[in-house]
Design a protein around this ligand. Sequence first.
Ligand code: AMP
Length: 284
Amino acid sequence: MKVEIISTVAELTEVVRGLKKSGRTIGVVPTMGALHEGHLSLARASREDNDDTIATIFLNPAQFSPQEDLSRYPRTLEKDIERLADEGVGYVFAPSNEEVYPNDFTTSVTPPAVARRLEGEFRPAHFGGVVTVVLKLLNMTCADVAYFGQKDYQQGTVIRQMVRDLNVPTEVRVCPIIRDQDGLALSSRNVFLSTEQRAVALSLNKTLLHVEAQIKAGQRDGFEVVTEMRQMLIDSGVERIDYAMIANPDSLEMADPIVLPAVALIAAYVGETRLLDNRVFTEG
Ligand code: AMP
């Protein structure tokens, strides 16, 4: 099937109406483009679960603060569309900024309390921009299921809560982190890493694996784990750590003592590039 590229909300509404009228189920995969295997894994999951898949490509300015990397964020629209077509995705919605935020746009969604932790401390406006655009995309696509990656762990938690709080009739599915062979979590921002920086970046996953080993060995002191995480990252050459934390997987409150299930999360800079990674630990 040929991929249909949609750039306006009016066209999208028409397509969605047609699909719904024929009783077809819709999966949506929201992305900011510069697609990699992580994004494609979400597209695959959606194709498996639903009759039709709409991938959205929108580099949402509202979730970047003025000093962040919006202007240098990689843009590869043509290639993204090709890759989605190769995956058998039927529809790509790639709107302009004006289409999503017309001049008279003034409403926004206040994110749930869990958005104030971790990312929220370092990127205070970020989740407001995320939940507003995600709610708009869910409304525009009338999706039965929306797919997100565990790579952005807190984002999944925030969106689940928003969907629950606002009674959005879309199911949220969070899919596993896709990694490169060396363990680095795939990210559109990895293209900024030099060979040396990439080696340093591997320490995020290594640190999380170390935490896993510690927990398996019976470590339950959250404070000790966090101290070790920071030390491991610094020793590996990570220049700036926004957070390195072990937390309850739902509330994202620090887990001390560690009670399973728990999640360890890292946000850190390697050079100018901000990287995220996390790992969930369950009983057994
Ligand atoms: P982004 O384009 O960075 O906003 O990401 C779009 C979606 O892809 C988000 O739900 C991300 O969590 C997800 N994603 C990004 N990287 C990965 C990865 N390495 N594995 C799985 N999902 C990912």
